[in-house]
Ligand binder design. Structure first.
Ligand code: FES
Ligand code: FES
Length: 165
């Protein structure tokens, strides 16, 4: 099968049951996305599929051959970090870092959802664009990504900085 990851095409000979997460980690050497639970419960494996955030442990690689896959390795560089990466650095939004690639990919996808005006479970009736990045909104929108270190308080301002708020 052919997978396009961070703008590069890869031809791979994989078992059709291989998940995107295992294809990335075990066959392409891209170990940024982490395997926390392998059950869609922790968000450590979050990557972007055509810009949408997805738990890559739940998606079969064979079904993503026409998809642009973006991982933490493709978001920014050490010299030029993505604004969300910059926010996490500036606000110390991590401790051990195990959940961090998933948190950052999820935040990138989440900010795109906010830009599109998509509501969350925390969105109040009549909320304006400025309300979509309140603390409650950010926490709800990021609630699929767990952090066993409890670095959540610093992730909120990190994400708000990246959003330019
Ligand atoms: Fe995919 Fe936990 S490893 S959600
Ligand atoms: Fe350690 Fe989140 S920083 S799990």
């Amino acid at each position: 099968m052919r997978l396009t990851v961070n703008g590069v095409e890869h031809d791979l000979d994989l078992d059709p049951r291989t998940t995107v997460l295992d294809a990335l980690r075990e066959h392409l050497g891209l170990t940024g996305a982490k395997k926390g639970c392998d059950h869609g419960q922790c968000g450590a494996c979050t990557v972007l599929l055509d810009g949408r955030r997805v738990n890559s442990c739940l998606v079969l690689a064979v079904a993503q051959q026409d998809t642009e896959i973006t991982t933490i390795e493709g978001l920014g560089s050490e010299a030029e970090p993505h604004p969300v990466q910059r926010g996490f650095l500036d606000h110390d939004g991590f401790q051990c870092g195990y959940c961090t690639p998933g948190q950052i990919c999820s935040a990138v996808g989440m900010l795109d959802e906010v830009a599109r005006g998509w509501p969350s479970a925390a969105t109040q009736p009549g909320a304006g664009e400025a309300d979509l990045l309140s603390d409650a909104e950010i926490r709800e929108r990021m609630s699929g990504n767990l952090c066993r270190c409890g670095a959540y308080p610093n992730m909120v301002p990190a994400i708000r900085q990246a959003a330019g708020r």
